[in-house]
Design a protein around this ligand. Structure first.
Ligand SMILES: Nc1ncnc2c1ncn2[C@@H]1O[C@H](COP(=O)(O)OP(=O)(O)OP(=O)(O)O)[C@@H](O)[C@H]1O
Ligand SMILES: [Mg+2]
Length: 331
């Protein structure tokens, strides 16, 4: 019994408990807040990809930024490799940059246009890994090769604007790898790229996961890529977790009405139900809101849904859902 517990512990890399993030609402005399991430709990195992799916404004990037500590959580706990990193400050936070890295949607935004490609890797290798001289030189080439940026000697001398979008994203990945991380938050890493090169980037992330035993939080709008790359999928709506399950199980047997409608609205599905477009009426994120955020769009909603947010409960082995009525038919 004790051994099993120890094994379990060693397999979990990231553990998030009741993560809450608040932002002040500007332009109001009375100080008010929104809570775009509200008591979110999740777990990512070593070598696992957790895909985080949800529409625009659901809180995906905010969760990702908190997990790499680019922003401070307002409440809850983030434990990475046994350490409560949500409490980290100063030097410890700097050390944490070696453990967790983030890759952004727009690779160009994080590259310095006046620096050669090789210089983008020099800084993290020197600062976090202590490389210098010939070993530094070799390590730069090794990283570029690893992410498929060849011929290496030519690429090293180029500037970011001389690379294609896919190549820039590969450079951003190489830079994240330079610190030898265990955990990567990949925030829609392919959404700004041509469709034809998206698969190559996901394939690269997949190979790196296998070779380096990396864990990922993979943020996406797109259920198809979540299924391809994610071991498990977590569905978010209005800052709340709606459902979590193994990818195949979630796609085959979605339980939350939001997930069911999301899936039925994807091209090629049998039941072509359109999810009501609510882009002009986004979910209520105000602090202290009650009930389920999906109520205004949910065909199954009743009074209880307005009053109480359902807890995230295990409906089946490893399949968790937050819905008062997930057993009811929609169609
Ligand atoms: N620094 C901030 N200050 C105030 N509000 C913010 C801040 N960052 C995000 N928000 C708000 O928090 C909510 C969630 O934003 P977030 O960027 O996490 O969503 P997302 O799911 O990543 O959306 P997208 O798919 O468009 O990237 C939004 O309403 C957003 O406007
Ligand atoms: Mg985002």
């Amino acid at each position: 019994m004790k051994e099993a517990a120890v094994l379990n512990e060693s397999q979990t890399l990231v553990q998030v408990e009741d993560l809450t993030i608040k932002f002040p609402v500007r332009g109001n005399r009375q100080k008010r807040f929104i809570t775009p991430v509200d008591k979110v709990s999740l777990e990512i195992k070593k070598g696992e990809v957790l895909a985080l799916v949800g529409e625009s404004g659901s809180g995906k990037t905010t969760i990702g930024r908190a997990l790499v500590r680019l922003l401070n959580p307002s409440g809850g706990k983030i434990i990475v490799d046994g350490n409560a990193i949500s409490e980290y400050k100063g030097k410890k936070l700097n050390e944490y940059r070696k453990v967790a890295q983030m890759i952004f949607q727009d690779p160009f935004g994080s590259l310095n246009p006046v620096k050669k490609i090789e210089s983008h890797l020099t800084f993290p290798l020197k600062k976090h890994q202590g490389y210098k001289g010939e070993p530094l030189n070799q390590k730069i080439s090794e990283l570029l090769l690893k992410v498929g940026l060849t011929p290496v000697n030519e690429i090293r001398q180029k500037y970011p604007h001389e690379l294609s979008g896919g190549q820039r994203q590969r450079l951003a990945i190489a830079r994240a790898l330079a610190v030898n991380p265990q955990f990567i938050v990949a925030d829609e890493p392919t959404s700004m790229l041509d469709v034809s090169i998206r698969a190559g980037i996901l394939q690269l992330l997949n190979e790196l996961k296998r070779d380096l035993e990396l864990s990922y939080l993979y943020i996406t709008h797109d259920l198809a890529s979540a299924r391809y790359f994610g071991d498990r999928i977590m569905v978010l709506y209005g800052g709340k977790v709606m459902e979590i399950a193994e990818s195949k199980e979630l796609i085959k047997n979605p339980l939350n009405p939001y997930t069911r409608l999301l899936l039925s609205a994807t091209p090629g599905s049998e039941s072509q139900v359109n999810l009501k477009d609510m882009s002009n009426n986004p979910p209520d994120l105000s602090e202290g809101r009650q009930g389920c955020p999906f109520v205004p769009r949910c065909p199954l909603a009743t009074e209880v849904c307005n009053e109480t947010m359902p807890s995230l409960d295990e409906a089946k082995n490893g399949h968790l859902v937050a819905c008062h009525h997930y057993e009811k038919e929609i169609f």
